[in-house]
Write a protein that binds this ligand. Sequence first.
Ligand SMILES: Cc1cc2nc3c(=O)[nH]c(=O)nc-3n(C[C@H](O)[C@H](O)[C@H](O)COP(=O)(O)OP(=O)(O)OC[C@H]3O[C@@H](n4cnc5c(N)ncnc54)[C@H](O)[C@@H]3O)c2cc1C
Length: 442
Amino acid sequence: MTQINRREFIKISGASAALAVTPSVLKAAESSFEARVVVVGGGFAGATLAKYLRIWSDGKIKVTMVDKNSDHVSCVLSNLILNDRLQLDEITQSFTPLQDNYGVIVEQGMVTGVTEEAAFKIVHLDNNTDIECDYVVLAPGIEFIDIPGLKEGDINHFDQVPHAWIAGEQTEILREQLHAMKAGDTFIMTVPESPYRCPPGPYERACVVADYIKRVLGEGQVIVLDPHAEIAIEKETFEQAFKGIYKDIVTYKPNAKLESIEIKDNGEKVVKTSVGDFTAKVVNVIPTHEAGKIVKDLKLLIDDKGFAPVHAASYESKLRTGFYVVGDSNSSGQPKSGHMANAQAKVCADAIIREIAGKTTSKDFVYDSERLKNIKTNSACYSPITYDEASWLTAVFAYETANNSMALVEDSFASSNSPHWSNDNFEDMFEWAESLFSNTFG
Ligand SMILES: Cc1cc2nc3c(=O)[nH]c(=O)nc-3n(C[C@H](O)[C@H](O)[C@H](O)COP(=O)(O)OP(=O)(O)OC[C@H]3O[C@@H](n4cnc5c(N)ncnc54)[C@H](O)[C@@H]3O)c2cc1C
């Protein structure tokens, strides 16, 4: 394995090696190159996909991106809302540049279904809008699996027991609860079962909260209830933080499978787990994830469970042709991260352009051997550990023809980069995030 150069990851690549031959593909398709794509979701996967479909098709593909919200609040950096390091508007991404700079048609609405006619598809929105198209790309992120006692519906329990794992209002609720804590109070958080978005994220949150307690309250507890047998990622780094600088604050409980939550009349919450019950006023439950609901509704999951199986060279569903799934909703075996969603979206945009071109030339450009050799994706996560220090983690994946899958070829732990936290990493984190935001939404 070669050593990973951290600086290379800060600049998110605008072009992709996989795209090297797209101009010739476009030329092969000539003027008959016309198609309509609807992208469901305007997060890191959907926005990148919409943008690069327009850029790489020279504006020939009509792209409509639908999101239920008017803009996208980034989960990336959202733990820094909790300690007031950032404000929500600083991580809120507008869709206007996608419209103004690239001609993406942006529709606000919730996609409720897709029907298929012989020659096209119709995407249905909850506001009675129907959009005709040839290809549908699903990028709806995640949905949470219900926890006993925490079902959305009866009372909105997530207002009382926030997850703050889809950023926005939830992040504000958790921030307010944290800021209402008094010296000596306890903050309980649960880690979701793998695979979940941002593997280091829950441990990072424990550090951000522990740092807040240490600096602002002086004393207090953070109890981390983890269903895994040990810290799932960056073990050395987080163990060092929990047992070192936060030894008087953090209690880490492995093998703690969440069974139920009970909210008492006095506002206290009881978290029942396989290793016992834990009580606190502030409880941050991050439920186990599955693919966004629309992915399940469209029958793109096996047994209606988990995440969508996709072809790694295109992100087309293995269960339905003409439907693609990018980002956190798929089960490609790669980390669920914004950086990775951006990378997958570029591979998918390239594949859709090739698929369209192939229709007019009868060539399979998607599985072109040169292209397959060049398909690479990568992921990076920066984790604030203290108020001004962060750790850093990255991984590179390459396409493997034998299994039609993405294989891990490099990671930062295998290189000589020490997975330790530093102020340099903290500064780099903002540069990296800015680069990811502008590459996706700018
Ligand atoms: C605290 C935290 C820290 C993180 N830190 C990092 C990090 O350092 N690095 C990193 O790379 N990643 C990080 N992540 C992970 C990253 O945020 C996710 O992996 C990423 O957002 C996934 O992108 P996505 O496009 O698949 O989903 P999302 O970003 O969730 O976007 C999905 C979009 O789809 C829309 N949508 C859903 N369903 C519908 C529907 N039916 N109709 C219309 N619209 C719909 C939603 O409104 C949303 O805008 C972090 C996550 C968290 C929670």
